[in-house]
Ligand binder design. Structure first.
Ligand code: F6P
Length: 365
């Protein structure tokens, strides 16, 4: 009887609970036992009650819950080999040799490293007499499958990450609220949105709300952006100005563009002299329930993740489950993580064409 464990890691994202529900039920449907690891890698290192068997009805109601009901944490111990050794021991003791992880690229990279190290971890556990040969015999290989859960939509190789459309919807709703008060007072608002190094949320929110100006890391405004912005004029009847700035936005030279800088410009007495406020949307973008798209994406991807575990051979490179042109696909995890890192490097090097090309990269399965 195969035991498959599900874990959420990194920042929570709407839709993670739908992924948990889907993996648990699909695993049971396929005749396996389903486990959940609480608090991400921390739970794997702690073991004990952090690793729990799940039954079909335990995930009832998960679709409509925000965040992750099995918790997530940033675990320092897992960065070090002794932490991973304890994690491997806990998995063997619980009879688990397949792990499905829903998290961002950092969490998924950690998982692949764990898989690569697995044979040597198992050997060390036997050599140091923490486990016997008989105990480790059935656990020669570790299967890892990634589900990308992040509001940032920053992973190469997939069109959408679980959570990004919920966050985008929330941002648009909040910008609409701000527009009402902005219009009432004829004010300007500089709205900072999340996304870490990725401008997807800011750009899409700008398009969806008809913002006057958007700042994203991947495509800085032209050098004369200050003049360009100050030429926003208030035609008769226009009573509001909305500027959306991604938290990672920077200028051509890589200097960060802060909401305060933009506010100072808009409010400058010799320029537009707009009564300006800053709103940092913060974690309301990330919390709350998942939209229909994210629930559906997470459910379909959870099913595919269990199938990928059951299909895997020791030679199969670790897959992650993507969506490409509306089709659920399996992609090599390592390649996608490398591409994602290359995007950040290209942005740092101010090579924006390369960054955009890499974001759009299609690589063969
Ligand atoms: O990766 C998701 C994200 O919400 C980013 O958009 C943001 O930069 C970061 O996490 C915030 O992290 P924390 O919740 O630790 O403040």
């Amino acid at each position: 009887l195969r035991r498959i464990a599900m874990m959420t890691s990194g920042g929570d994202a709407p839709g993670m609970n739908a992924a948990i529900r889907s993996v648990v039920r699909m695993a049971i449907e396929k005749g396996c036992e389903a486990y959940c690891i609480y608090e991400g890698y921390e739970g794997l290192v702690q073991g004990g009650s952090f690793i729990r068997k799940f039954e079909w009805e335990q995930v009832r109601g998960y679709l409509s819950e925000g965040g992750t009901l099995i918790g997530t944490a940033r675990c320092m111990a897992f960065y070090e080999r002794p932490g991973r050794l304890t994690a491997a021991k806990n998995m063997v003791l619980n009879g688990i040799d397949a792990l499905i992880i829903c998290g961002g690229d950092g969490s998924l990279t950690g998982a692949d490293k764990f898989r690569a190290e697995w044979p040597s971890l198992i050997k060390e556990l036997v050599d140091t007499k923490q486990l016997t040969m008989e105990q480790v015999e059935p656990f020669k290989h570790l299967n890892i499958v990634g589900l990308v859960g992040s509001i940032d939509n920053d992973m190469s190789g997939t069109d959408a990450t679980i959570g990004c459309f919920s966050a985008l919807g929330r941002i648009c709703e909040l910008v609409d609220y701000i527009e009402a008060t902005a219009s009432s007072h004829s004010r300007a608002f500089v709205i900072e949105v999340m996304g870490r190094h990725c401008g997807w949320l800011a750009l899409m929110a700008g398009v969806a709300t008809g913002a006057d100006f958007v700042f994203i890391p991947e495509k800085p405004r032209a050098e004369n952006w200050r003049e360009e912005m100050c030429s926003i004029h208030r035609k008769i009847g226009k009573r509001k100005t909305i500027v959306i700035v991604a938290e990672g936005a920077a200028d051509q030279d890589g200097k960060s563009i802060s909401p305060e800088m933009i506010k100072d410009l808009l409010a400058d007495k010799n320029g537009l002299a707009l009564d300006t406020r800053i709103t940092t949307l913060g974690h309301v973008q990330r919390g709350g329930t998942a939209c229909a798209y994210d629930r559906q994406l997470a459910t379909l991807q959870g099913v595919e993740a269990v199938n990928a575990v059951l299909d895997a051979t020791p030679e199969t490179p670790t897959p992650f489950i993507a969506i490409n042109e509306n089709k659920i696909t399996r992609k090599p995890l390592v390649q996608a993580v490398l591409d994602t890192k290359e995007v950040s490097k290209a942005i740092e090097a101010r090579d924006f064409d390369r960054a955009m090309k890499l974001r759009d990269t299609e690589f063969s399965d």
